[in-house]
Design a protein around this ligand. Sequence first.
Ligand SMILES: C=CC1=C(C)c2cc3[nH]c(cc4nc(cc5[nH]c(cc1n2)c(C)c5CCC(=O)O)C(CCC(=O)O)=C4C)c(C)c3C=C
Ligand SMILES: [Fe+2]
Length: 443
Amino acid sequence: MDEANKQVTEKSQEGEKPRDVQDRSSISRRDLLKLAGAGGVGLLLGSVGVGGVWAGTAKLAAPTASTASNADPKQVIPFYDAHQAGIVTSAQDFICFAAFDLTTVKLSEVKDLFRRWTEAAAKMTAGQPVGGEEDQQSMPPADTGEAAGLHPCRTTITFGVGPSMFDARFGLGAKRPEALADLPRFGGDSLRPEWCGGDIGVQVCADDLQVAFHALRNLTRLARGVAVLRWTQEGFQRTGGSGPAGETPRNLLGFKDGTGNPDIHDKQAMNDIVWVQPSKQPAWMSGGSYMVVRRIRMRIEVWDRSTLSDQEATFGRYRSSGAPLGAKNEFDPLALDAKNEAGQPLIPLTAHSRLAHGEQPAEKVLRRSYSYSSGIDRQTGQLDAGLLFICYQRDPRTQFVPIQQRLAKRDKLNEYIVHVGSAQFACFPGARQGGYIGEGLFE
Ligand SMILES: C=CC1=C(C)c2cc3[nH]c(cc4nc(cc5[nH]c(cc1n2)c(C)c5CCC(=O)O)C(CCC(=O)O)=C4C)c(C)c3C=C
Ligand SMILES: [Fe+2]
């Protein structure tokens, strides 16, 4: 984070909205639409738009990626930056995730798509409609309209490409990063093709679901004739306004989820864990990050019949406080060596926190997950609900994979969950104004 961004962020911690944010981000979509009619958008872009305010990561009591911020809906998270937004951005309230498959075999059309997406994403994250020109009565409107009058709501749009992008179709095979190796099959996986893979992954997050949906819908529309949706998943956490700011959100099993995440404000940690370093190949991924997505169904009905002590043993943490078993406070370290009077580990050997924590600092990942609820599983009559697990890292082979291998073998949580979807994407570095997302790969 550069110094200017840091200042905005740190002021936000104190609950006081920085003057800079108030002044420069207080222009809503409604204002912009009005001005667009009057031909004033270009002017506004100069002062407010894509190069403007970054106030997305209010640092709160618990500095995790998943911490709610009670953020000002007028805040804009700039699209153009060294890194893509939506990775070390404090988690917004909602996600609309989509995997696309390309229907073209022309690389030039893929490039054009990313150019169009870049332009549209820069506008939508700034709270502006896509298109920009005045609509004509004889044509469909350029923007679908459902976000007209709504604020930017800290929208971020994060793009990546999956392993299938490097097959024979586009001649990109030699550019495939080694870190984008196919994930191994993990014991207990029950993956369904309808929740797996994709040539392109797009993570849209915002503090308003309609705003997030609008962004994904318009990107899908812009892809017509070039790419089609393969699978999508919406997700949520409790909204910023529904509880005390700074508290770690709870997952659908009722536990605080995100406590052990690395600090997104620790630049060194983010370089060590999240961002692909310039020394690594391929060069087009320098400043990018690898995203792993798992759609994990929860056996909620079974969980709800288990005892509190069984639930706490499953995670190795207390449900109420989120503290590790044997400790008092949520952010106390996991006492992995502590024993009870019977000489048994206080945090069971099969506890999720113990196994996920591991012993290698180099294995850490940055989690950015959301709960999902997608109606009823018609075969069982039970809720299709769970966790859209998302994590970012420099190399899934040495980070997500060894953690997940341990979890798949021994995690007590496996009694209550099943992995039904899986995908991974190489998320590009950020784009500069005048450039476009993915430029390094496609040029
Ligand atoms: C990398 C793979 C992981 C998967 C898959 C995963 C699934 C999963 N996790 C929870 C709930 C919790 N996870 C917690 C901690 C935690 N989980 C992972 C990794 C995966 N989780 C890590 C790296 C950690 C941090 C470990 C540490 O260093 O302390 C916790 C405890 C609170 C916290 O730290 O966030 C909970 C709760 C669910 C429900 C789930 C699948 C549905
Ligand atoms: Fe976990």
